[in-house]
Design a protein around this ligand. Structure first.
Ligand SMILES: [Ca+2]
Ligand SMILES: [Ca+2]
Ligand SMILES: [Ca+2]
Ligand SMILES: [Ca+2]
Length: 464
């Protein structure tokens, strides 16, 4: 498994991150995963699924004549394609056997092939283990230089393809993305390479790999074969997409997405696969551990009449002494997800607290090209994001204080606020609101609400 290395944080939060990762990825015998490799310049999302040919015994030294089924590759393919809209596929069927394709067509987008791969027409069985996924034809690369390139007419944000018979001769496929700005990005495709001695049983194996790089689109993909004289690679059904065609990261909630915060980064409350990253527990942290607001120091408003009018306001005031550092230091943390500010709202179901809603505010974020966070060092800090990129949160203000002067306030509004279930006839009290900063300090701030001013299923207002 290739997993992102996890920044240090509490074991509980770490577990949650891994669980949400597993929810996002589909795992079949460890052969399918979607992960973010650590790369110097970019941070692409990788979709990968592999099907190993097991019909030949290890070290048989012959090529596989039979085509295998490709269920794992297909799952990765579907996950990749479902994240794109309106894309066309190059299936290589329009070329003749033995041709160097020269120019590829992806609907309105085109690409040029540089180097020596050629078309193979393989209507039945396999060509030394390589076989087409669609139709009769595939693109085949062997022994004519270690590399070939596909150069795109426009910068692309996504690229995916099936490959067959890769690695059975001991070679590794390495993809290099060339960007207009920065880079290049090198991606060693995580396929199997001869688990047995040379000429072994991975002949006729298959995989699908899809790459999404929204942050830094690329103009060229280089295919490097580390043993090009010994190990032929087959390729078929290539797909490309420009940034506008990538659904996760387009700031719109598309089918199959729990959230979309306009990026392909994890650790900010919405994962690279547009799955909500949960932090709040199913019950609140122990009450004694949190700093309480004072008398008349709490206000909670949740409205859910229409998508546009959906609203959450939380105020915590007149509370236990809190310093500027305790409130604001995390806001400048650069290593996600450390430093996230979480507000967790619980109601009471038959005497047991139950999570009703959670919001997240991320440190170090940029809003319209400027830092979202502003500080009056030693006194207060403020997060402001007009567009409510992450779960509709527009504002979080925190002000240090002693003798009942400490306070914080959160506002979220609009369609990106997670839908609160305010119940048919309202929610059951008492309710608990907590703010936790994921900075390892264990600090939290809490208000308990015994009853509501209004609680009719569309609007919930409570005061302390
Ligand atoms: Ca084909
Ligand atoms: Ca091969
Ligand atoms: Ca989307
Ligand atoms: Ca994100």
């Amino acid at each position: 498994m290739l997993l992102t290395s996890l920044p240090k944080r509490s074991a509980r939060a770490r577990l949650r991150r891994v669980v949400s990762f597993l929810a996002a990825a589909i795992l079949v015998q460890g052969l399918i995963f979607f992960a973010t490799p650590l790369l110097a310049f970019a941070d692409p999302v990788i979709f990968f699924g592999e099907d190993i040919n097991t019909t030949l015994s290890c070290g048989a030294g012959t090529d596989n004549p039979d085509r295998i089924a490709t269920p794992n590759s297909d799952i990765a393919h579907v996950a990749f394609i479902e994240n794109l809209s309106g894309v066309a596929v190059e299936d290589f069927e329009s070329f003749v056997d033995g041709a160097n394709p020269g120019s590829l067509s992806f609907g309105s987008e085109t690409a040029t092939v540089l180097g020596g791969p050629e078309i193979k027409d393989v209507p039945t069985e396999t060509f030394n283990g390589a076989f087409p996924i669609s139709g009769d034809k595939l693109l085949f690369h062997l022994g004519v230089g270690s590399e070939f390139d596909i150069v795109f007419s426009n910068p692309q944000a996504a690229f995916g393809f099936y490959a067959t018979d890769v690695g059975d001769g001991g070679a590794q496929l390495i993809l290099t993305l060339t960007h207009d700005v920065g880079g290049p990005t090198t991606i060693p495709v995580p396929h199997a390479t001869t688990p047995c001695p040379l000429g072994a049983s991975t002949s006729g194996s298959a995989f699908y790999v899809g790459i999404v790089d929204l942050d830094n689109p690329f103009t060229q993909v280089t295919f490097a074969n580390t043993l090009s004289q010994l190990d032929g690679f087959g390729f078929d059904d290539m797909t490309i997409a420009v940034a506008e065609q990538v659904l996760c990261g387009n700031s719109e909630l598309d089918t199959g997405e729990e959230c979309d915060d306009g990026n392909n980064a994890s650790g900010d409350g919405c994962s690279e696969f547009c799955v909500i990253e949960r932090f709040c527990g199913s019950v609140p942290e122990p009450e004694l551990g949190c700093r309480q607001s004072g008398l008349r120091g709490g206000k909670l408003i949740i409205k859910d009449r229409t998508l546009r009018q959906r609203q959450v306001k939380v105020k915590w005031a007149r509370g236990v002494d809190t310093t500027y550092d305790e409130f604001c230091e995390a806001a400048d943390t650069q290593q996600l997800p450390d430093g996230n500010y979480h507000v967790c709202i619980y109601d009471d179901v038959d005497g047991t607290p139950e999570l009703l809603l959670e919001t997240v505010v991320r440190p170090g974020m940029q809003c319209s090209g400027k830092p979202c966070w502003k500080h009056k060092v030693g006194r207060k800090c403020k997060f402001k994001d007009k567009s409510g990129t992450i779960r509709g949160v527009n504002q979080l203000k925190l002000r240090e204080g002693v003798s009942g002067k400490a306070r914080w306030k959160l506002r979220a509004k609009g369609k990106d606020v997670p839908p609160p279930d305010l119940g048919e006839t309202g929610r059951t009290f008492p309710m608990t609101v907590q703010m936790l900063i994921d900075d390892g300090s264990g600090n939290c701030w809490q208000t308990n609400y015994e009853s509501a001013k209004k609680n009719d299923g569309e609007k919930l207002i409570a005061k302390k």
